[in-house]
Design a protein around this ligand. Sequence first.
Ligand code: MBD
Ligand code: FE
Length: 272
Amino acid sequence: MENNRLKTVVEDLEQVLLEFMRKHLVTHEEYRLVTDLLIHTVKAGEESLLYDVFFEAQATDLGNVGRKGSLEAIEGPFYLKGAPELTAPYVMPQRPEEAGDLLFFNGRVTNAEGQPIAGVELDVWHADALGLYSNIHSNIPEWNLRGRFHTDGNGNFEVRTVLPPPYEIPKDGPTGTVLSALGRHFFRPAHLHVKVSHRDYRTLTSQLYFRGGKYLDSDVASAVRDGLVADLIKHESGSEMSKRNLSASYFELTYDFELTYDFASIPKELSA
Ligand code: MBD
Ligand code: FE
């Protein structure tokens, strides 16, 4: 953020909040209650959960205005850099008997001209069958259901994982306290998070939802958008199972990504 934009925006925020305090006659006790709550979110390990639930989708909506390529989506509070690099055929890091239905997540990454892009990194993270994230919630192996892999020479990718359920925000933490006070429920629809990146393109933070899933219309984070909902196909015929050497049925989610150029990576002399 440029310095003058920072000054403009922060001063406006200050004015808006001061006006808000006058309007509602916010007391000294209420003021301290709020600062304690904000401090408590971090101490309770909720990272940016409270803010992301209320405000992040607005930022991504604005980020999508007038932009080509796939929709950007909220990152949420639980992304961590440095997930394990997987080797093909890609399987998300998981426990030997990881609970949940089998899911193959696949698709193709192209540029705006529809040309496939090879060597694109997909950094995927999602909740386990209990709706918990590794490295955030306890008693889960490090990096469980977090992994990085790449598109092949034709821009295609596929990873095997398990189907996550809807995510329930912890009821007993500070964010849960706020949601209870507002009389809201605590759920997000089931989703996969993914960051799609390549040195020549703008990194895309996406999040995919399963068509027909619960809470699509009432996401506590108000972050579901049409372009982020994909068909979840169940394969249960013998021939489909044997095609993948499986003896159980499985689900498949296909989503194609379109990346846009990262103009910041183009030398100034050329982009003038
Ligand atoms: C999540 O998994 C999430 O994606 C968001 C936005 C908020 C809470 C938990
Ligand atoms: Fe999430």
